[in-house]
Design a protein around this ligand. Structure first.
Ligand SMILES: Cc1cc2nc3c(=O)[nH]c(=O)nc-3n(C[C@H](O)[C@H](O)[C@H](O)COP(=O)(O)OP(=O)(O)OC[C@H]3O[C@@H](n4cnc5c(N)ncnc54)[C@H](O)[C@@H]3O)c2cc1C
Length: 304
């Protein structure tokens, strides 16, 4: 395939600054590790996205949001990595609820701030989840007893196989704990209609402040990380088992099990993806050996 011509086509649709060749993925992941993407693009509208998909040859396409739940392997990602960055939103006040239509590229913290300023309540739980709306919908992200499934009315996505746009209801999103219809499908989440209620700005702010304090206290946010490395167990708390296995502080290369929160692997000192993956495997093996419990990665592994 003629990559040069393809890159020129991408540049003519997206502008030079939004097309990068051999882009280091550590710049686009909160773990701050990972090799190069052959081609990295940022796309800020549905129209441009459709054009890109039309020009797509047989080149693999990987979608990312804010990179806060992914681990990119050290040899990078072949083909194109696409970050959808559309950031529009509308707020409609109804009698009983508030409808918010939000593009997938909006960062949760920003939307939470805007909603707070507009006295719209219901998104406080996600204000500290460091991803985009698209990533949160894909992962069914959640915190403090609430998940995305509780606030979604519908989701609009682009099917990459035939370049068609679909809008599906909350039920059709097939939400489960950190799982959704969108996983392992060739789709790009474009936007969602979210349902909230009217609230008091001061109350919303107080809740968001309380959640932020809890995160600062309990999570190792002073080091690059990918959030909870493992999923919650069925009937057990994964981080508690890792702690009881005596693994806090365990290191492989530059990766370490956080001493602050055993559920987080941190990039302590120039870790590679290999270090993080080896440490994850070590944790899984130890927990299986000591407690006979299988623990699954929550972080999604990309690349080679
Ligand atoms: C410090 C820290 C704290 C965290 N706390 C929480 C928490 O409390 N609760 C929680 O649930 N998670 C938490 N996370 C994990 C992470 O923030 C969430 O999973 C988040 O929703 C991921 O969003 P993202 O935009 O960063 O997606 P990415 O990490 O970039 O991508 C995640 C997955 O979504 C897919 N994806 C992203 N955008 C799109 C799109 N538009 N269309 C199709 N697919 C897409 C990607 O292909 C990938 O498979 C935390 C992470 C960190 C670093």
């Amino acid at each position: 395939m003629d990559n040069k011509k393809y890159i020129e086509d991408l540049k003519s649709i997206l502008g030079n600054e939004n097309v990068r060749v051999n882009e280091n993925m550590s710049k686009h992941t909160t773990f701050r590790v990972g090799g190069n993407a052959d081609i990295y693009i940022e796309v800020d509208s549905i129209e441009k996205l459709s054009k890109i998909i039309e020009t797509k040859r047989n080149i693999p396409l990987t979608i990312i949001g804010n990179g806060s739940n992914i681990l990119v392997k050290d040899n990078g990602i072949r083909g194109v990595v696409l970050k959808y960055t559309a950031k529009n939103f509308t707020i409609n006040y109804n009698e009983d609820d508030v409808e918010v239509e939000a593009d997938a590229g909006i960062v949760n913290a920003y939307l939470a701030q805007v909603l707070m300023n507009n006295s719209v309540s219901g998104f406080e739980f996600a204000s500290g989840i460091p991803g985009t709306i698209g990533g949160a919908i894909y992962m069914n992200a959640g915190a403090y007893g609430k998940e995305m499934k509780d606030i979604i009315f519908n989701v609009t996505y682009l099917d990459l196989n035939d370049n068609t746009i679909h809008c599906i209801s909350n039920d059709e999103c097939k939400y489960e704990y950190r799982n959704s219809f969108f996983m392992n499908k060739e789709v790009i989440i474009l936007k969602a209609m979210l349902l909230f209620t009217k609230g008091e700005k001061n109350d919303i702010k107080a809740t968001m402040d309380k959640y932020r304090e809890k995160r600062v206290e309990s999570q190792p946010i002073e080091f690059p990380n990918g959030g909870s490395t493992f999923k919650r167990g069925d009937g057990f708390i994964t981080a508690k088992l890792i702690d009881e296995a005596g693994l806090k502080g365990k290191r492989i290369g530059g990766a370490e099990i956080s001493k602050k929160h055993a559920g987080f692997i941190i990039n302590k000192d120039n870790a590679t993806a290999k270090d993080i993956l080896e440490l994850s495997k070590y944790v899984q093996d130890e927990v299986l050996k000591k407690f006979n419990k299988k623990i699954e990665l929550e972080v999604r592994i990309l690349g080679e």
